[in-house]
Design a protein around this ligand. Structure first.
Ligand SMILES: Nc1ncnc2c1ncn2[C@@H]1O[C@H](COP(=O)(O)OP(=O)(O)OP(=O)(O)O)[C@@H](O)[C@H]1O
Ligand SMILES: [Mg+2]
Length: 725
């Protein structure tokens, strides 16, 4: 900006300097021309005077001739006012050139001086000239007069008339604005200059050669001169044209130009400042915003005015910053979710591991309990104890299931479902769960799509959510269960992370209960997190819901505020398949098919023995092995084997591997896998197609009926009626 101001100032002053120089040159020329004009004017004037004097001289010569050269005629003419108007000096000389009469209307003209001038003039034979009386300069005309006949030899004398130049040259001053001076020899004898300047001028003229410019009393003059007469003491007329008037005008012009220059510089400066400020301020603001952003300050105000390029860039920056900010908060949110997910997974693994061992133990407890109950008489006092064991075992089984559900290690049996039908079927059960002071509404969504999930588990989800809602409304309220088709777009998906865009069935359970604060909301899906008093809640309800929904490929979302109720939304992806129809086949009876042996492979001895006992009691021929290697040995030696019942997780060889090896040589072998849980991240394809699955802990009935089912159903290889998830 400074450089711009300097350049503007420089250019302005340079322009002014050029204008000034041009004006000065022009003034010089004008002065020169004016002084030449003045000179011409003075010459014309002098010439006019000369003509008038000549006429006077003629008249006077005639008069003197008439009076025969009488000097008194001069005296008479001098006294006659009519005659003396144009001339101030009248001189009469005789034929010898001697002055005989002299008359002046002004101050005295010494006779000797006049005689000297006349003698010189006659010698030079000049008819005009300039005489100086010592105090005044006269323009003179000489006219000889003759007797009769008027011949050269008959010369009677000479008449001289002259016109005195006023020492102040007043007459000349009137006709021109210039000064004029008459120089006689080296003296100034008349001038329009004030006395002091006249003296200075005379001194300068006497000092050296002719100068075109002189300075008198501080005033500068241009001078030009013309010699009127030559001789020892030449007479010349000098015109002095003052620079001052013109220069005063020029000075005024200069001042005006200077003022204009300053004004131009100031205006230019202001304009430059305003323009640069207009351009630089938004840039400076933008730069400050960028610096603030570098320091992760997203709240720094970004101002964009107008629609110029800088404003557009600023707006684009602001948009970019907003995107960055939302990305940043999304990143934090995702990090938080990841942390939460990792925490849940770790807890899940732990729970799964515990549940695995529990299942084996519970199989033994429950199995033996069953056996005891079977063997006891109805009125046996031990029956009550056995029942208690059975009850406790059942509770433990349900707890283990919940843990497995949460850790997504539960074996699901997904089906294509109509959620409306499922909820409608549950309604009678739900109505029993919901107290009378709570109004329950089910809003079934129209033309609801299908989802693929384990119906038993989804029932569990609805139940858990309903129970929680009822617990949150101790003094009554409203409970709404709703199903609906929803198409989640990208924008909505962002508000419900980790939900992805797509088509879903949304199952919502909404209550008008006490709601929850942010801290509670953050932890509700953690297993064993409960706000209920000791003994009232295990804190596994929502953990189970979470696990089931996740394992079914869905998402769960909760909205709640203290005092404003709670709304849980479960999103399950829509599937195109049609609803699975319940199997029409009759339930297999627990009858032994005595056509081959059942090989039971289980590393946990107690479980193995129990399973063997169950099968034997149902009339089956049973072979047992503690691991895969042993099972292969046993199979080699044994006769036909119809069913393989094997644990999945075993040392040395896993159940599925064993099943594959045995199946290779026994096409009709039925395979039943026993497991309490589904292992994390294990591929489904390790299980043989058409095989069965038996959930641990199993009872006598569930084991025997699974074996019977397997034997009865003549499955075609490649088709499955159940899937392992
Ligand atoms: N609808 C709801 N309104 C208010 N708070 C709720 C609601 N649902 C769950 N919660 C809160 O979440 C906590 C955890 O719920 P969760 O179902 O996992 O366990 P619980 O209900 O306490 O015990 P459990 O279900 O095992 O009997 C509850 O203790 C409660 O504080
Ligand atoms: Mg609960």
């Amino acid at each position: 900006m400074l450089s711009l101001a300097v350049v503007t100032t420089g250019l302005t002053w340079a322009t002014l300097l050029i204008v000034r120089r041009t004006a000065e040159g022009r003034v010089q020329r004008e002065i020169r021309e004016e002084s030449q004009n003045a000179m011409v004017t003075f010459q014309v004037l002098q010439h006019g005077h000369g003509v008038a004097l000549l006429r006077k001289a003629d008249l006077l010569a005639s008069l003197v001739t008439m009076r025969n050269g009488d000097p008194a005629a001069i005296e008479d003419v001098g006294k006659d006012p009519w005659h003396s108007d144009e001339c101030d000096l009248m001189v009469l000389a005789d034929a010898g050139g001697r002055i005989v009469a002299l008359h002046t209307t002004m101050d005295e003209f010494p006779l000797a001086t006049a005689q000297e001038a006349l003698t010189h003039a006659l010698k030079e034979r000049s008819s005009t000239g300039w005489w100086y009386s010592g105090t005044r300069l006269y323009q003179v005309v000489l006219k000889p007069f003759y007797g009769v006949p008027p011949t050269k030899n008959n010369l009677l004398g000479t008449v001289i008339v002259g016109r005195g130049i006023d020492p102040e040259a007043t007459e000349l001053r009137r006709v021109s604005s210039s000064h004029v001076a008459f120089r006689f020899g080296n003296d100034i004898v008349a001038s329009t200059l004030p006395l002091f300047k006249e003296q200075q001028f005379a001194a300068q003229l006497g000092a050296g050669p002719w100068k075109e410019q002189v300075t008198l009393d501080g005033e500068r003059f241009f001078t030009s001169a013309i010699e009127l007469t030559a001789g020892a003491k030449p007479v010349s007329i000098i015109v002095l044209k003052s620079y001052n008037d013109s220069l005063a005008y020029l000075e005024k012009q200069n001042q005006l130009l200077g003022g204009l220059g300053i004004l131009a510089v100031l205006t230019g400066g202001v304009l430059v400042f305003a323009i640069s400020d207009r351009f630089t301020r938004p840039l400076a603001r933008l730069a400050a915003a960028v610096q603030a952003l570098e320091k992760a300050d997203f709240s720094y105000p970004v101002v964009a005015e107008g629609s110029d390029e800088v404003a557009q860039v600023t707006r684009a920056f602001d948009r970019m910053r907003k995107t960055l900010k939302s990305d940043e908060s999304l990143k934090h949110q995702l990090e938080e979710q990841l942390r939460q997910a990792q925490k849940m997974e770790a807890v899940g693994r732990l729970a799964g591991g515990v549940a695995h061992d529990f299942n084996n133990l519970l199989t033994i407890i429950k199995g033996h309990g069953d056996l005891i109950l079977e063997k006891l008489q109805a009125n046996d006092p031990l029956q009550r104890n056995a029942n208690q064991i059975e009850k406790a075992a059942n509770r433990a089984v349900s707890l283990t299931r919940q843990l497995l559900a949460f850790s997504r290690m539960q074996v699901l049996e997904p089906k294509v479902l109509d959620l409306n039908a499922l909820v409608a079927e549950m309604c009678s059960l739900l109505k029993r769960l919901v107290r009378e002071d709570i109004s329950f509404t089910f809003k079934a969504g129209e033309s609801l799509g299908r989802v693929k999930a384990d119906p038993g588990q989804i029932e569990q989800v609805i139940m858990n959510l309903t129970v929680n809602a009822c617990d949150a409304m101790p003094t009554g309220g409203k409970l709404i269960v709703e199903t609906r088709n929803v198409c989640v777009d990208e924008a909505t998906a962002k508000t419900r992370t980790p939900l992805l865009a797509g088509d879903y069935i949304r199952l919502s359970v909404e209550d008008t209960g006490h709601g929850m604060d942010a801290a509670t909301k953050e932890r509700i899906f953690e297993p064993f997190f409960t706000t209920k008093e000791l003994g009232k809640g295990t804190g596994l309800g929502l953990a189970t819901v979470y696990g089931v929904v996740k394992q079914s490929g869905g998402c769960i979302w909760v909205e709640s505020e203290p005092g404003k109720g709670t709304r849980f939304e479960v999103y399950l992806p829509v599937v195109e398949q049609t609803e699975d129809q319940p199997s029409q086949e009759s339930a297999p009876k627990n009858e032994a098919q005595h056509t081959g042996a059942v090989l039971i492979v289980e590393d946990e001895e107690a479980v193995r023995e129990l399973a063997a006992e169950f099968m034997k009691s149902a009339g089956y021929t049973v072979l047992t092995a503690s691991d895969g290697m042993e099972a292969l040995e046993v199979a080699k030696r044994a006769g036909p084997i119809r069913v393989l019942v094997t644990d999945i997780v075993m040392p040395n060889m896993r159940g599925p591997e064993l099943a594959k090896l045995l199946k290779a040589s026994r096409k009709n072998l039925k395979v039943i896998y026993m497991s309490g849980y589904l292992e994390f991240h294990k591929a489904d394809d390790e299980f043989l197609e058409g095989s069965y699955f038996l959930q641990k802990p199993f009872s006598r009935d569930s084991l025997v009926s699974k074996v019977t089912e397997a034997l009865k159903q003549n499955r075609v290889a490649g088709s499955t009626t159940r899937q392992l998830v």
